[in-house]
Design a binder for this molecule. Sequence first.
Ligand SMILES: Cc1cc2nc3c(=O)[nH]c(=O)nc-3n(C[C@H](O)[C@H](O)[C@H](O)COP(=O)(O)O)c2cc1C
Length: 165
Amino acid sequence: MKVLVTTGSKYGSTREVGDAIAGVLEESGFEVDVQDACDVLSVTYYDAVVVGSAVYGGLWRRDASELIRDHLVELRRREVYMFSCGMETVVRPGQGLDEADALARDVGARKHQRFPGALDYERLNVGEKAIIRALNPPRGDFRDFAAARGWAGRLATELRAVAAV
Ligand SMILES: Cc1cc2nc3c(=O)[nH]c(=O)nc-3n(C[C@H](O)[C@H](O)[C@H](O)COP(=O)(O)O)c2cc1C
C-alpha cells in the first residue's frame, strides 16, 4: 500500500510531526513518500494520504487546505487521514477552533486528530509577535511525539485492515 504523508508548515514543527508519522508507517511496512503540501502535484499514485497542517488564525496553512480542495475528487476515492498542529490557547474567544473539521467532512477523512504544536516567539515576524503578545499563549515546544507515533500506529492497523478487504 502506497501512502503519502504531506504537511503545511510555516516554521517546520508540523513537518517534523509528519516525519514521525511517516516513520511509523514505514516501519509498519507501507511504501511512504513525504512531501511538503506545496510540492504535491498529484495524489493518484497513492492508496492513502495523510495531510497535516499548522493552524494560524483558525485556518490551515493555505498549501495544505488547497491540496485538499484542488484534489477533492481524487482524495474522496482514497483513505484520507488529517492532523492539525496548533496551540488552541491562541484561539480568540468566540472563534471556532479551526477550519479543519469542515475540510475533514468535505474530503470524507477517516480521522482528524489535533496535536499540540510549538511556538518559538523569536522566529515570528512582527505581525505574528503582536498577535502572540496580545493573546499571550504559552510559548515553547509542546509537541507530543509519542502521541503522534501512537496515532500513526493505530492508523497503520486501520490501513492494513482496509488493504485486506
Ligand atoms: C500568529 C499565530 C497565530 C496562531 N493561530 C493559531 C490558531 O488559531 N489556532 C491554533 O491552534 N494555533 C495557532 N497558532 C499556533 C501554531 O499553530 C503553532 O505554533 C504551530 O505548531 C506552528 O506550526 P509550524 O511550525 O509547522 O508552522 C498560531 C501561532 C501564531 C504564531
